[in-house]
Design a protein around this ligand. Sequence first.
Ligand SMILES: C[S@@+](CC[C@H](N)C(=O)[O-])C[C@H]1O[C@@H](n2cnc3c(N)ncnc32)[C@H](O)[C@@H]1O
Length: 164
Amino acid sequence: MGSHESHTMLTDEWLTPPEIIKALGPFDLDPCSPITRPWDTALKHYSILDMGLLQPWEGRVWMNPPYGQETGRWMERLAAHSNGIALIFARTETEMFRRFVWEKADAVFFFYGRLSFYRVDGTQGKTNSGAPSCLVAYGEDNIKAIEASGLKGYLVRLQRAPHE
Ligand SMILES: C[S@@+](CC[C@H](N)C(=O)[O-])C[C@H]1O[C@@H](n2cnc3c(N)ncnc32)[C@H](O)[C@@H]1O
């Protein structure tokens, strides 16, 4: 299969391309970070040793969460925190996407093309991710950061009916 998505059964350790963090930062917290990281993604990091979901979250959050079934719990937490940007696969039809993106986020940015993620040793994966990725923004400041980032893609602001 040769894509990162096919590797996700084996590992969560696919890191955000650093130029994306640079374009969108600075962030106060990355709640799901490798134990040993090749670069900082925020001022403060939690790894699996800290169990990031059990910790307090403060400030502006950068979140590229663990994949698969895990993703929903992290997105639920970021939606409740309501200040941050998540990088996830653009699986727009899933229940997770409906509950925590379409119904809770303020904007979604769909990347042009596919991303190639990095290994924890700082080298880039040889194949692209095999699927489309998007940024999910919670909070107006995070929408503005995406608009100012220069990243290539399409920003969609979400407007919900008052009862939602
Ligand atoms: C897709 S990677 C993204 C890493 C980094 N946030 C980035 O943007 O480059 C997800 C990370 O979450 C970490 N992780 C998995 N379970 C975790 C947990 N319970 N608490 C904190 N981090 C966790 C993994 O070790 C992995 O480094």
